[in-house]
Ligand binder design. Sequence first.
Ligand SMILES: [Zn+2]
Ligand SMILES: [Zn+2]
Length: 412
Amino acid sequence: MSDTIELSDGNSIIEISAPSADRYAALKLIDWWDHAKLRRAKVMVVGAGALGNEVLKNLALLGVGYIFLVDFDTVEAANLSRSVLYRAEDSGKRKVEVAAARLREINPDVRVATFHGDVTQALGQGVYRRMDVVIGCLDNRAARLAVNRACWRYGLPWIDGALDVLMGIARVFVPGQGACYECTMTEADYDLVNVRYRCPLLRADELQEGRQPTTPTSASLVAAWQVQEAIKLLHGLPVPAGKGIYINGYTHSTSLLTYTERADCFSHAQPRAVVTELPLGAAELTVGDFYQAIQPTLMAEGAENIALLPEQEIISRFYCPACDASTPVYRPYDTVMPDGATCPTCGAPRLPSILSRLPLSADSPAVAVPLPQLGVPPLGIVQVAARVQGAERIFWFELSADVPTCFAAWSE
Ligand SMILES: [Zn+2]
Ligand SMILES: [Zn+2]
């Protein structure tokens, strides 16, 4: 038995194995199984809780080559009843780091790069472009919506999982093939997402959304479906796109739910990103540097009225009517409100100027503002709007110099 494995650095290796010594021997008996494909596969797992643990365990057992794991949380005692990768002594450690170490024990073939942070704002979207499939192991709508919009923007399939005691659901979403996660959202769902974004004081309630009663058994069931659909996607086998596999442990039944594509769905309406890679990293980069770097691309198109479209609304300045004083801010709304509105001189509430587009020019008042201050993360993809031949066009610029740092663990 031999396999030619192409590695992500462009090299390839030939693996020759005796069935008795080959950990994948039983899998290779499956007639459509392509082990080399799995060794090359790049899978992002978002969330390292109960579902994430089961998904990761399965991916490692199967020998999926490259995993990118995202989670913002640390291990606590309550995780131990539902998380096969964590031990009592891991308490307080970052989930992504503990999980990555345990996966390497399960299968040293698997490379795991990690991101400890919030998937909705802090993860550089360039990560999505380098994946084959995303598996969502999330407990809230805001994170699901962020993953969905990114997957649709970059044309990436993703598989969502959700748990409710003995019931669970695994949903497969493939751009261009039917409904997406956002198509399934109701007005009430949007309200919950907006509460999370706009009212820090209400976040504690919203976070309760994630405190669903769950069992390790339903996590195993749903995660198994999710990984199985991912394996099928990686092999090019048919998957139930725009559908949900619903498992009811009380009635011993499963059913396939079909979602309807919604005409006013934002994820569906946004254009598919065409990304220009810039040889720059997010750290130390100012708005002025960025404007200089994108000039050649925009000039070649004859672009005018150029504006940066931040992922979140920006407060450009605060004005205090009592002091009649204006102070530049240039930070995302969420990171300064509500406390930042108080005038440090007189204590009165100040008025924020809120921007959803930041005009770019050589003499913009924001030229010296560092891009990270606007919320642009490492390997971020910055959206720029410009007028080209009388019509507005969107350009996407990736800060590609951050690739080696983000994926360092894949080449170890
Ligand atoms: Zn949709
Ligand atoms: Zn004042």
